[in-house]
Design a protein around this ligand. Structure first.
Ligand code: CA2
Length: 146
């Protein structure tokens, strides 16, 4: 069985493609899910791609990953900057975590410069657009082969 990578997306990312294209581009979340699916097939991974606007649901998904998944790729969206609970759940999973942001959060408002997640993440990708998800999956596939 190929290793399972859980790809998680936080609040408002379901709106991608419909608004703020100058910041987030024209791709929809469905386009990014397709990209992750293609990348998984090329690199012999299984990807489970999910989005939620409900923090408790996100926490339940992270808790459930511990026994089943090999790694978590997460775009926590606004929870990046607010949620100790998401950070604690990711740390408790004891899985490799890669934090992904479409935009370069460091070139934006000051409140986006701090991440509660980065300190427990193995790696952080920001500003690569949807390519960040692909790069995260490619990196994990290489890591699993070692
Ligand atoms: O750059 C990213 O990927 C972010 O995680 C996106 C979050 C933002 O809060 C983070 O600071 C950086 C926002 C996701 C909401 O995306 C929207 C897309 C279209 C219209 C409105 C929001």
């Amino acid at each position: 069985m190929p290793p399972i990578v859980l790809v998680l997306n936080g609040p408002n990312l379901n709106l991608l493609g419909s608004r703020e294209p100058s910041v987030y581009g024209h791709e929809t979340l469905a386009d990014i899910a397709d990209l992750c699916g293609r990348t998984a097939r090329e690199h012999d991974l299984t990807v489970e791609f999910r989005q939620t606007n409900h923090e408790g649901e996100m926490l339940d998904w992270i808790h459930g990953a511990r026994q089943r998944c090999a790694a978590i790729v997460i775009n926590p969206a606004a929870w990046t900057h607010t949620s100790v609970a998401i950070r604690d759940a990711l740390a408790a999973s004891e899985l490799p975590v890669i934090e992904v942001h479409l935009s370069n959060v460091h070139s934006r408002e000051a409140f986006r410069h701090h991440s509660f997640v980065s300190g427990i993440a193995q790696a952080v990708l920001c500003g690569f657009g949807s390519n960040g998800y692909r790069l995260a999956l490619e990196h994990l596939s290489q890591q699993f082969k070692r």
